[in-house]
Design a protein around this ligand. Structure first.
Ligand code: AMP
Ligand code: MG
Length: 704
């Protein structure tokens, strides 16, 4: 799995120095580092660009960051050209051939002359054409009068990229041929200067800290247009947005984009993946951008901290974490369980008009006199969805059914059970209150009221409310992606054969269940052996595909505890010694910007740590805000002498109004987890609990 910390995208130029003022047709460099957008840099000429890029490479190498740099010109020529020019079917041979011959000064360069020299080597006219200079250049036609047919006109990539220009055309609006001639020598020099550190895609495996990739800004259109509409220079937007898109897409892995077979011609990164590139930038120009990932040391404990009380650990999580997911507009029908990202406002009041709460007879309260009443009925009736459009005259009544809008002239309704009918009259007792049995417009919700705040997890009842006030779309957070890994050589899946000493994986299905119930997406990374390198690859994969990683097992400091060893190695590890039972060991770290909860292997401790720490942390990252589980004080149905110093959680359930606890506190007793319906929480101080004493019971479901 290829992972980068930084993406730099360069919009190249084949022309001369463009002066000190930022303008188009110069060189622009866009950078996204650790998910953060760095403002694009203007580079007036190639020499300035070469220096800036070399400095960037130095900086990233020095900081230990992996860097992907994109250049918007072909890295190779159509098939056959390299061999014909240099004798080798090797794109780097062309790079070096050009490096030896291209003379590049800020105000002038010899690209047209070199193209002419190349043309001279081949029969007929071509393959290069377009002389942009006033003077004639031997062998370089001004117009496309070529007769040489030694090479394909386009690379395979250009057949696919609608609107891409060929390498042979050296000038004219949009042409790229000059940039190739002027760009490859620069790449060749950088490649030699940072020998062994740069891998060029797709010619070399990407196993070095810096990758050069070919890009084409034409792949992202809508987002650039939207950004441009707000001002700024198109080229600058293009490089910044492409860097952002690749940085965001690497969550789902860039490997499908990087898998191409183009050993000589090269390929455009992202070609064929335009939908994904544009989709991941859909918020550009309107909604806020996805927040940057976490700092790698965000879980560091303050110096000198030894045993951390549970509440301190929670406060630290609350402080260091924040929403990490993007947003999207969803039809209301798909919003159940999603987190509201922008406050939802009622489009219409509920009820929209005054209406009747009962079946009966409506009239104006002012029509009533003293004592018993008898009112003539008007012709017709008012029903829900079939209103009575005329006015009900004073001194008259009308038949009206539940939910019907009150006709003009009606403000009070008498229940049908309380009247006598006869001779087209309705008779009833006096003493009615004005407005009886009616509902006022907006008495429930007024148009413009907030009906669901940001952070709300949409419930079925919310769907009723939002629908009632005419809400059709809701801006929600994308579901958090949670990678789940079980670690241990002893673990097998149900259905697999087991030897002595092996056990079935209990934690992964449990963790996946919690994640699903919380409404998040599970990224299942299976069972991983106690092997550092395999686990490292799994972490890389997980960090690229998920927002948070839950592992279980291997979190202590023992020989086979590779989770803690790896997080340690990443320099971002905190072995939290939390004053919690059951709960040890919990390792917290950040792997390539993705938080990792290294949960204990024991299923009981794994569940408790997940409910107490991982669940509120995930909620916060999902955009739903911080959550304290709701507990209830109930009489204990057990006795216990609790030691001081640690908070304890007992597997418990409520029967006959009392909290029962599971007979054994053994942390391998999975049956007790299933027996229980929640946890009893015992605070840190020592306590002697007698039957009937109040204890705090927290249902499992209250934790998320
Ligand atoms: P560890 O933290 O890796 O030392 O594991 C502690 C205990 O939990 C050992 O007895 C493991 O076999 C057990 N264990 C670890 N992972 C799982 C799992 N996924 N399912 C069931 N038991 C596990
Ligand atoms: Mg283990």
């Amino acid at each position: 799995m290829t992972h980068y910390d930084s993406f730099a995208m360069v919009d190249w130029s084949g022309g001369n120095d463009t002066g000190p003022r930022p303008c188009k047709d110069a060189i622009w460099l866009g950078l996204v580092r650790g998910g953060h957008v760095v403002p694009p840099v203007y580079l007036r000429n190639r020499s300035a660009a070469e220096t800036a890029i070399a400095e960037l490479i130095e900086e990233e190498l020095h900081a230990g960051r992996r860097l992907c740099i994109g250049f918007d010109f072909p890295f190779g020529y159509p098939a056959g050209f390299a061999k014909a020019l240099t004798g080798l079917a090797d794109p780097f041979a062309v790079w070096e051939w050009l490096e030896d011959r291209i003379d590049d000064q800020p105000k002038s360069n010899n690209r047209f002359d070199v193209a002419g020299q190349i043309n001279a080597l081949f029969a007929g006219i071509g393959p290069f054409w377009f002389n942009g200079l006033r003077r004639d250049i031997p062998n370089l036609p001004r117009k496309d009068t070529r007769t040489n047919r030694d090479f394909p006109e386009r690379r395979l990539a250009e057949d696919r990229a609608k609107g891409a220009f060929t390498c042979w055309q050296l000038g004219g609006a949009g042409a790229v041929g000059g940039q190739v001639l002027m760009g490859l020598p620069v790449l060749s020099r950088l490649r030699r200067r940072f020998a062994g550190k740069i891998a060029v895609w797709p010619f070399e495996p990407l196993d070095r800290p810096v990758s050069f990739v070919e890009i084409w800004p034409g792949l992202i259109k809508g987002p650039v247009k939207r950004a441009e509409a707000k001002g700024g220079i198109r080229d600058a937007h293009q490089v910044g947005l492409l860097a952002l898109a690749l940085s965001r897409l690497q969550r789902d892995g860039l490997s499908s984009m990087l898998k191409v077979d183009a050993p000589e011609e090269g390929w455009i990164m992202g070609l064929g993946h335009e939908d994904k590139l544009n989709e991941v930038l859909r918020d550009v120009g309107d909604a806020p951008l996805t927040p940057p990932p976490l700092r790698d040391d965000c879980f560091a404990l303050p110096a000198g901290v030894d045993w951390t009380p549970v509440d301190d650990a929670l406060a630290l999580l609350r402080d260091r974490l924040r929403p990490v997911v993007g947003q999207s507009d969803l039809p209301l029908t798909q919003a159940l369980g999603r987190v509201v990202a922008k406050p939802v406002v009622a489009h219409r009041a509920n009820p929209p008009q005054p209406n009747t709460a009962v079946d009966g007879y409506g009239f104006a309260h002012a029509s009533l006199g003293e004592g018993d009443q008898s009112l003539p009925l008007v012709e017709g009736r008012a029903a829900a969805g079939a209103s009575f459009d005329a006015e009900v005259p004073a001194g008259h009544a009308i038949r009206i059914l539940t939910g019907a809008a009150l006709p003009v002239g009606v403000d009070t309704v008498i229940l049908q059970e309380d009247v006598t009918l006869g001779g087209n009259q309705v008779a009833f007792r006096g003493g009615m209150r004005k407005g009886a049995n009616t509902r006022k417009a907006g008495e429930d919700v007024n148009a413009g009221d907030v009906v669901a705040g940001a952070g709300r997890v949409v419930t079925p009842a919310d769907l009723a409310l939002l629908s009632a006030v005419g809400v059709e779309h809701v801006t929600t957070y994308e579901p958090l992606k949670v990678a789940i890994v079980s670690t241990g050589d002893e673990l097998r899946e149900p259905g697999q054969t087991v030897r002595d000493g092996q056990i079935y994986d209990a934690n992964r299905p449990m963790l996946a269940g919690i994640v699903q119930q919380m409404g998040y997406d599970v990224v299942d990374l299976g069972i991983q052996p106690d092997d550092r390198e395999t686990l490292r690859a799994a972490f890389d994969d997980a960090a690229a595909r998920a927002d948070v990683i839950l592992t279980s097992g291997g979190a202590s400091a023992g020989d086979e505890d590779h989770v803690s060893a790896l997080l340690n190695e990443a320099g971002a590890m905190t072995q939290w010694r939390i004053a919690l039972k059951p709960g040890r060991p919990l390792a917290l770290g950040v792997w390539h910007g993705t938080p990792v909860f290294g949960l204990p292997g024991n299923p009981v401790a794994a569940l408790v740590c997940t409910l107490i720490f991982a669940a509120p942390a995930m909620r916060l990252m999902s955009g739903a805000g911080w959550h304290r589980p709701q507990g209830f004080d109930v009489p204990a149905g057990f006795e216990k002498a609790k030691k001081p110093g640690r908070r304890e959680y007992l597997r418990a359930r409520i029967r006959d109004g009392k909290a029962e606890v599971f007979a054994s506190e053994g942390s391998g007793r999975i049956s007790g987890l299933s027996w229980a319906e929640g946890l009893v929480e015992l605070a840190e101080p020592a306590a002697t609990i007698q039957p009937g004493d109040p204890v705090r019971f927290i249902p499992y479901a209250s934790f998320f």
